[in-house]
Design a protein around this ligand. Structure first.
Ligand SMILES: [Zn+2]
Length: 527
């Protein structure tokens, strides 16, 4: 059974009588959101989708965490006057573009754009509103009055020792507006005394103001490890997965569970721990001007393919994505083979059934996908680069029948992404230029290669111009002389037409070119 269906089975078994399922995820909006954060979004989104499929009422809630302090400078903002904002709640920092409502909103909306593009429509509450509306007040009080119990849990679960005056609550300084720099000194049941410490943290400088203020209604916030169980409670969360780092023994999830059991007696959501999504390709960001944000990666492949990348592996397996090399053509191929099993009418084994389901779940709408021809990405990339070839015509030849409108739509879509790939990550081996005249490289041919080319040109004169037939004839010639190796022979062909030592499958490649052009070129090379 596909992993999403397995998890949903377990969820329904755990909550057989529940009316409404709240599935929650969040992101602190401290800069461009890394593509890795999409993994959580897709896992939560797809669980919501399948629960709804099963007739359950399920709602996906993706919180913009805009109340955390700005604790790091995004690379793109270095030297742009944002230093003074370090330590302030993200929603009070101005938007980098001057247009968005604030800093958090600027990065949040970009990320939400990608989330919507890949077919998820979560509700998007904001952390600052949860605090300002008073919904978090109960938990601020827990933080202030049970700080010793919480400190003891930290020590027992994670071994981390907090100083005696430690408080899980931080106040927004009334003077400088920073929250990262303040320490609570005391709480009298209504107001907290606090100090804005100059060097509490490395990334922000406090103004040394000492003040007294009510900690409620958005004047203060909880530290992450207490805020998390608070949000499980306040949002009434049924299901919330999280990355491997949070789920390590003694990590924030363990601490959250202990707080729920021992202090608040509130619900612990169904957990779906998941592994990291890692980006390979060190060269990637710098040399090609492309980053690792969700937006950057979403620009490289169609939304369905991005969804496929995120769901093909089980949550407990890491995903390593290196946009360099063969990754992108291979990702299309894997997706297409999943599609093939989806449309296959005959019997399927367990693996094939799972592949079919993965294809079904990477669709953007719940409408059944239309069966269409999926052009092989690497072939399309080649055809596109040969100006004399008509893409539809060649694709119809490969498909073996006329293209439908849906086929053409798919080809157009893939061409758009193939072009982006050719301009960004495609390795040289995928870049071709058909040589209009005999290239210099022809001089490099050995006597044996020339002998093969001569034999090939003689043979092809009488061969019907079809990829398979050309392919078969080439192999016959190669086999006919024990000194020939396929590698040397194919290389000779590529050198003559592409001025390269490699190329696409040789029979199909030649068949895509005009017969006279091919034979003339072969003859010219051995003249
Ligand atoms: Zn201050």
């Amino acid at each position: 059974m596909f992993w999403v269906d397995e998890i949903v089975d377990k969820i329904i078994e755990t909550y057989p009588n529940l009316d409404e399922f709240i599935i929650r995820d969040e992101k602190t909006l401290s800069g461009p959101v890394h593509v890795g954060s999409l993994r959580g979004v897709v896992i939560h989104g797809i669980i919501t989708q399948v629960l709804n499929e099963r007739g359950k009422k399920a709602k996906f809630v993706f919180e913009f965490n805009d109340f955390d302090p700005m604790d790091g400078m995004p690379k793109e903002l270095e030297g742009k006057g944002f230093d003074e904002h370090m330590g302030k709640p993200l929603y009070t920092v101005p938007a980098p573009d001057g247009n968005a409502e604030n800093f958090a909103e600027y990065y949040g909306q970009t990320f939400l754009g990608v989330i919507n593009e890949i077919g998820f429509r979560p509700e998007v509450p904001h952390a600052k509103d949860a605090y300002k509306s008073g919904k978090m007040n109960k938990w601020i009080e827990i933080g202030l009055t049970k700080n010793n119990e919480i400190r003891e849990i930290y020590k027992r679960i994670s071994g981390s020792e907090k100083p005696e005056h430690w408080s899980p609550v931080a106040v927004v300084c009334e003077k400088c507006g920073k929250i990262g720099s303040t320490d609570v000194i005391s709480f009298d049941g209504e107001k907290v005394k606090y100090v804005c410490a100059k060097h509490k943290v490395k990334w922000a400088i406090g103004c040394e103001h000492e003040g007294e203020i009510s900690p409620y209604n958005g004047n203060a916030k909880l530290t992450w490890k207490v805020e998390w169980p608070a949000k499980w409670d306040v949002y009434n969360v049924t299901i919330e997965g999280s990355g491997k780092d949070h789920n390590a023994a003694g990590g924030s999830h363990n601490i959250g569970e202990a707080i729920c059991k021992e202090i608040s007696h509130t619900n612990i959501p169904f957990n779906v721990p998941y592994e990291f999504f890692l980006i390979g390709g060190k060269k990637m960001s710098a040399s090609k001007g492309l980053g690792q944000s969700a937006r950057d990666i979403a620009n490289l492949v169609p939304p369905e393919i991005l969804r496929y990348l995120m769901i093909a592996k089980k949550p407990n397996q890491p995903i390593e994505f290196d946009p360099e090399g063969d990754t992108i053509p291979r990702l299309f191929d894997q997706h297409d083979s999943a599609a093939k099993w989806y449309f296959e009418k005959g019997e399927k084994d367990v693996m094939q059934t799972d592949l079919a389901r993965s294809f079904e779940l990477c669709q953007l709408s719940d409408k059944k996908p239309t069966e269409r021809y999926l052009p092989r990405f690497s072939q399309l990339v080649f055809i596109m680069q040969i100006p004399r070839l008509d893409v539809y015509e060649e694709m119809a030849k490969i498909k073996g029948s006329e293209l439908s409108d849906a086929d053409k739509e798919e080809i157009d879509l893939r061409m758009k992404y193939a072009k982006i790939w050719l301009e960004s990550f495609a390795p040289d081996k995928y870049k071709y230029e058909l040589q209009d005249a005999l290239p210099e490289m022809a001089k490099e041919l050995t006597d044996l290669q020339k002998q093969f080319i001569k034999a090939l040109s003689d043979k092809l004169e009488s061969v019907e111009w079809d990829g398979e037939l050309i392919h078969g004839n080439i192999h016959e010639i190669v086999k006919g002389n024990e000194d020939y190796t396929p590698k040397d022979c194919f290389q000779a062909v590529y050198k003559l037409f592409l001025a390269k030592e490699y190329g696409p499958q040789v029979g199909w490649f030649l068949s895509a070119l005009d017969k006279d052009f091919v034979i003339n070129r072969l003859q010219e090379a051995v003249k």
